[in-house]
Design a protein around this ligand. Structure first.
Ligand SMILES: [Fe+2]
Ligand SMILES: [Fe+2]
Length: 178
């Protein structure tokens, strides 16, 4: 697998063709406005989930087209989930799968597997089990991407902290000498 943050270098023509209709839709593009995990937008998160679902499902001769499409649409909820939404009942983690499916169904002709994959992608946080192997793959890929996005930022913050500490020691040393 490519490094997680090489996302803009994806040149797999088959993947790009499957996803073309979705990523060029104006509503889907709106996901670029919302942060998902730390510095990753909702759009980029979905894009990477979609790509990894494509790679895994293609490798194991599964329904990679449905997996790619469901991966790209699985978080199409279009609000900042950190901010309480007065018009929404229930916790984001438990409700956004269903909402993403409703939003995606208004824009695209989704098959039943794609709908089920989107609705159940938060399993096991939500009780509803995925109904297909592709659905299980989406749940694991989603968690892998979320963890990678979080760790990448924490790692860079840790490195920055270490760099600042070295700079502080170095400057202290210079000041002592002069
Ligand atoms: Fe989600
Ligand atoms: Fe997600």
């Amino acid at each position: 697998m490519k490094n997680f943050f090489n996302k803009f270098n994806i040149d797999n023509q088959e993947f790009l063709t499957i996803i073309d209709e979705l990523v060029n839709n104006e509503t889907v593009k709106e996901m670029k406005k919302y942060r998902q995990h730390y510095e990753t937008t909702c759009f980029d998160h979905c894009y990477m989930v979609s790509y990894y679902c494509y790679l895994i499902c293609k490798k194991y001769n599964l329904d990679y087209i449905s997996a790619t499409r469901a991966g790209m649409l699985h978080d199409l909820f279009l609000y900042d989930w950190r901010v309480r939404q007065p018009d929404r009942k229930g916790l984001h983690a438990f409700t956004h799968g269903k909402l993403a499916c409703e939003n995606a169904s208004k824009l695209f002709d989704l098959n039943q597997k794609e709908k089920d994959m989107i609705i159940t992608h938060m399993w096991p946080v939500t009780m509803k089990f995925p109904t297909s192997i592709e659905g299980f793959i989406l749940t694991f890929v989603d968690k892998y991407c979320a963890t990678s996005e979080t760790l990448e930022v924490l790692k860079s913050r840790l490195l920055m902290k270490r760099a600042l500490r070295y700079a502080y020691v170095f400057l202290s040393f210079i000041m002592i000498r002069f």
